[in-house]
Design a protein around this ligand. Structure first.
Ligand code: ZN
Length: 147
């Protein structure tokens, strides 16, 4: 078993433990780094899983990227794509609803595309989630060329 980040061989017990708690097998150094990111940003476990799956797919993602207004879970900077993983589903307040719309406006004005992915999509369809995000990246790249 090896670390998903640096490919260092790791103890199977650590691999089991990190897969269970973080969604991916990590060495001790990367476990600590990822746990720090989670602690500072309240990053969902599914965002960690998706980050490493996108990294494997060659998409060059960044974890917890500051877009100038707020931290987004995953960013693909060369096509200005921001991805947030949603874990809580509840009726949002009217204040939250209008705030979300305002945020969307700022993002679009700055040329960013924001997508929100429910955590269950990642848990149950990680491969498809990655495939569709790669498709979105391709689409954004094509649009960037047109402009
Ligand atoms: Zn590592």
């Amino acid at each position: 078993m090896t670390c998903n980040d640096c490919n260092t061989p790791i103890d199977p017990e650590l691999g089991y433990h990190t897969t269970k708690s973080l969604g991916v097998a990590l060495c001790d150094r990367h476990r600590r780094l990822v746990e720090k990111v989670i602690e500072e940003n309240n990053t969902p476990k599914e965002a960690i899983q998706l980050f490493y799956a996108l990294k494997d797919a060659g998409a060059h993602p960044m974890l917890e990227w500051w877009d100038g207004q707020k931290s987004v879970d995953i960013a693909i900077s060369r096509v200005k794509l921001n991805i947030d993983v949603e874990t809580a589903f509840h009726n949002i307040t009217h204040e939250q609803a209008i705030h979300d719309l305002e945020e969307a406006m700022h993002s679009f004005k700055n040329g960013f595309t924001n997508i929100r992915i429910p955590h269950v999509a990642i848990t149950h369809y990680l491969d498809d989630t990655v495939k569709y995000i790669l498709g979105i990246i391709q689409g954004l790249k094509a649009n960037l060329k047109v402009i």
